[in-house]
Design a protein around this ligand. Structure first.
Ligand code: CTP
Length: 240
């Protein structure tokens, strides 16, 4: 194989590995993870990976840890978005990555890091996953999970006290100080970027079925597109 053809095969391989990226945003405890799990369970025969924005929280310094109840985890600056962007760049080029393994009790990542292999479909979920335009640019489909705020608060209290070992008064305090304002100021405004808004979150089977059907259609077109690009790269090299 001559070097020109080898280069074109490399280019073709790269084209073939470009994943289909879905962003799933929504307020705290809106059911994002359940929606993602429901989508994943219906996307058989595809390599699908779920990456949560929460893995990219900045670790707290010792000083911040002392005043953890004052820390705002619902602001865009709470996340290391540059790291997430560089991870997406790697995955887009078909390279595997390690992502931080975030611990909500310690407010930092723990070892071992999570290995993420290149995949056909990448689902990114998180409260502010639609906030940064550079992240949105990676996405082929954007979803906003829109659940009632009382339902979300009730779920959040249950989850934080049971799973995250938090005190209920601190949960309520954090909710009124940071979570609710963060939703109003940064999360809800990203709804306008969504291609699909799911009312009632994971309870909405019909919406999720429709989304999955749409993803399957798009994946078919996406694959076809990649194959045509591949053929085009090889043919055009032969014509030179
Ligand atoms: N958070 C926190 N402590 C940290 C890091 C984050 O309390 N050390 C909180 C933030 O206040 C933020 C929430 O975690 O509001 C983000 O997680 P959330 O979206 O609620 O979790 P999911 O399980 O993904 O929610 P869903 O039910 O929608 O799947």
């Amino acid at each position: 194989m001559d070097s020109q053809m080898a280069a074109s095969m490399d280019a073709a391989q790269m084209v073939l590995k470009v994943p289909f990226v879905i962003g799933v945003a929504g307020g705290t405890a809106s059911g994002k993870t359940t929606v993602c799990d429901m989508i994943i369970s219906q996307l058989q025969n595809q390599r699908v990976v779920l990456i949560s924005q929460e893995a990219f929280y900045h670790p707290l310094t010792a000083e911040q840890l002392e005043k953890v109840h004052e820390h705002n985890f619902d602001h865009p600056d709470a996340f290391n978005t540059e790291l997430l962007l560089s991870c997406m760049e790697e995955l887009k080029h078909g390279r595997g990555i390690n992502i931080p393994n975030y611990d909500f009790k310690l407010h930092r990542s723990v070892e071992p890091a999570r290995v993420v292999n290149p995949s056909d479909v990448i689902i990114l979920d998180g409260i502010l996953i639609l906030h940064d335009p550079r992240l949105r640019d990676f996405m082929n489909m954007k979803i906003f999970v829109d659940s009632d705020s009382d339902v979300r608060l009730a779920r959040r209290i249950r989850r934080d006290t049971v799973e995250r070992n938090r005190n209920i008064l601190n949960v309520l305090d954090q909710y009124s100080k940071h979570v609710k304002p963060g939703f109003e100021d940064f999360i809800r405004p990203t709804k306008k970027y969504a291609d699909v808004i799911i009312p009632r979150g994971a309870d909405n089977d019909v919406a999720i079925d429709l989304i999955v059907q749409h993803i399957r259609t798009k994946l078919g077109q996406h694959d076809l597109c990649k194959i045509y690009s591949n053929v085009f790269v090889i043919q055009s090299t032969f014509q030179i």
